[in-house]
Write a new protein. Structure first.
Length: 458
C-alpha cells in the first residue's frame, strides 16, 4: 500500500522533476519507456565525497546530452536551500579520460548550445556541458565539485537531448556522502515512453571501494505525487527472486534494492543510512531488458505458446515433439541482444540450432528431449549493450499434462474429452491438442490416457 513520502522529498525533488518532465518530454506514441534524465541532490564535499553521477549509453548512434551542476539556484518553493553550494564546476569523463570541464556555463564557448537545449542553468555561477557521446554500451561519469574546494548542497543532472535515435541511457547512478535530514541522498530519474518499463533501483554502501562507506543503506522509491511506491532494507528481505533474476543483485546483503515496472513519469529514489547513520553511498537505476520465454508449437499453421516463467514455478510443455522429440523455445527481449551460446544445462536433450543474435528474439531448437523431466536451457554471454549475463530458461516436460499441474491424471483426460467435443484448437484448448495435429480428437484422449500416472520429478 502506498504511504506518504517525506514532505521534503516531495518539495525538493519530485515536484520539480514533474515540471521538467512536462516541459521537456511531452507524451509520445506507443514506445517502450526509456531513461531520459538523472538528477541527484546531495551535499558536495571534497575528495571521495564530491558528487559523482554515472550513466551508460547503449545503442548504435551517438547520443546528445547536457550535464548540469547546480548550487546557487537550488530552492524550495522559492526559498533558497540553506547551505547550498555557491559556485559549482562540472567535469564529464569517458573511458579515455576527461571529455570536457566547465566553471560557469556562460564561459567555455558553449553558451549558445546550452541555451538551445532549453535547460540552461538558472544561475551564471552554475556549470554545464553539452556533448554528443558514442554509444555501444559506453560508460560516462559526471563530477560536481565546489569552486576552490568549497562545500555545500549541490545537484548533478544529465538530460537526454535526442530520444529519436537508436541510443538510450541504459542505467544511471550517483555516488556521494549520505547524511541525515534534507541531506539524505535523493536521486531522481525520468522514464519517457508510453509502454511501462521494468527497472531495478539499488542503494549501495558496504560494497563501495571507498573509505567511510555507508554501512547499511535503506531505499524508498517515490512517485511524482510524493507517495512511496516501495521501500526496502536489505535486498534479500523481499523480492529476492526477482532481484536475482535481473542478474544485477547487490553484492552485499546489507544493501537495498527494489524491482518495479513503472509507467513513463518522474520518480525519486531516497537513500538513507539505517538508524541515521552517515557515509558514502550510491543510488543506481537500471532499465532492464527482461526477457519472456515460451515453448512454441504450430497447430495447423497457427502458433500456440506455453509460457516459461524464468523464476517461480516452471512452465510445463505437454505436447509431443514428433519422431525425434523436438521442441522450440522462443526468448523475446525488449530490445536487441547478442548472445554467445545456447546449451542444455539440465536434463536430457540437446540444442540443434540457436538463432537471433543481434535481434530481440532468440529461437532455440531442441532435439532428443525425453519425457517427464525438468529441463533447463542456458544462454551464455547475453549482452544488451549495458551488461553481459547468462540466462537460464527452465521448462518442465510432461506429455499429456494438459492442465500443467505436474502430474497426468483423470482431470487431464476429462479436460481433453471436453475439448474433443468441438475439436477446435483455440487459445483455451490448444494444450489438449497433444499430438499437435490441429484438431482435438479421440487420438489426443488416448495419448493422455497412456501417460496417466507420470509426474514431473522434484
Amino acid at each position: 500500500m502506498k504511504s506518504p513520502a517525506l514532505s521534503s522529498t516531495k518539495r525538493t525533488v519530485v515536484l520539480p522533476f514533474l515540471l521538467l518532465f512536462v516541459l521537456l518530454f511531452p507524451a509520445q506514441a506507443q514506445t517502450p519507456a526509456v531513461l531520459a534524465n538523472i538528477s541527484t541532490r546531495l551535499r558536495v564535499e571534497t575528495g571521495d565525497n564530491v558528487l559523482i553521477g554515472g550513466f551508460i549509453v547503449t545503442g548504435t548512434q551517438p547520443k546528445k546530452v547536457i550535464v548540469r551542476a547546480l548550487g546557487p539556484s537550488l530552492n524550495v518553493q522559492g526559498m533558497p536551500i540553506a547551505g547550498r553550494l555557491q559556485d559549482t564546476t562540472v567535469e564529464l569523463v569517458g573511458p579515455g579520460g576527461s571529455i570536457a570541464m566547465n566553471d560557469n556555463w556562460r564561459t567555455g564557448g558553449q553558451e549558445a548550445e546550452i541555451i538551445a537545449s532549453t535547460v540552461p542553468p538558472p544561475s551564471d555561477l552554475e556549470s554545464a556541458v553539452v556533448a554528443t557521446l558514442p554509444a555501444f554500451g559506453t560508460p560516462y561519469t559526471v563530477i560536481v565539485r565546489g569552486v576552490g574546494g568549497s562545500s555545500g548542497v549541490g545537484q548533478v543532472e544529465v538530460f537526454d537531448l535526442d530520444q529519436n535515435i537508436d541510443a538510450q541511457l541504459a542505467n544511471i547512478s550517483t555516488r556521494g556522502r549520505v547524511q541525515t535530514g534534507d541531506d539524505v541522498m535523493i536521486g531522481g530519474f525520468i522514464l519517457v515512453g508510453s509502454v511501462p518499463r521494468t527497472v531495478i533501483v539499488r542503494a549501495l554502501g558496504p560494497s563501495l571501494p571507498v573509505t567511510g562507506a555507508l554501512a547499511d543503506p535503506t531505499l524508498d522509491l517515490v512517485d511524482q505525487n510524493g507517495m512511496v511506491l516501495a521501500a526496502n532494507d536489505n535486498w534479500r528481505s523481499s523480492q529476492e527472486a526477482e532481484i536475482i533474476a535481473t542478474t544485477v543483485p547487490p553484492t552485499n546483503d546489507l544493501e537495498s534494492a527494489i524491482v518495479a515496472t513503472l509507467a513513463g513519469a518522474p520518480y525519486a529514489a531516497v537513500v538513507r543510512g539505517k538508524n541515521g547513520a552517515t557515509g558514502v553511498g550510491a543510488v543506481e537505476v537500471f532499465a532492464l531488458n527482461l526477457p519472456k520465454a515460451v515453448s512454441r508449437k504450430i497447430h495447423a499453421g497457427v502458433p500456440y505458446d506455453i509460457g516459461l516463467p524464468l523464476n517461480g514455478n516452471s512452465g510445463v510443455e505437454c505436447r509431443l515433439g514428433g519422431a525425434t522429440n523436438d521442441h522450440q523455445i522462443i526468448v523475446t527481449f525488449s530490445s536487441a541482444v547478442m548472445f554467445a551460446n545456447a546449451s542444455v544445462s539440465r536434463g536430457t536433450g540437446s540444442v540443434s540450432s540457436a538463432t537471433g543474435s543481434g535481434t530481440n528474439t532468440i529461437t532455440v531448437n531442441l532435439t532428443g528431449v525425453t519425457n517427464a523431466q525438468r529441463l533447463a536451457v542456458l544462454l551464455t554471454g547475453v549482452n544488451d549493450g549495458s551488461r553481459t549475463f547468462n540466462l537460464s530458461i527452465p521448462m518442465g516436460v510432461l506429455l499429456g499434462d494438459t492442465n500443467g499441474s505436474g502430474a497426468v491424471s483423470a482431470s487431464d483426460i476429462s479436460q481433453t474429452r471436453s475439448a474433443a467435443q468441438s475439436g477446435i484448437v483455440s487459445p483455451d484448448t490448444f494444450r489438449t491438442d497433444v499430438n499437435v495435429s490441429g484438431a482435438v480428437n479421440a487420438s489426443d484422449v488416448g495419448l493422455v490416457e497412456t501417460f496417466v500416472g507420470t509426474v514431473l520429478p522434484p
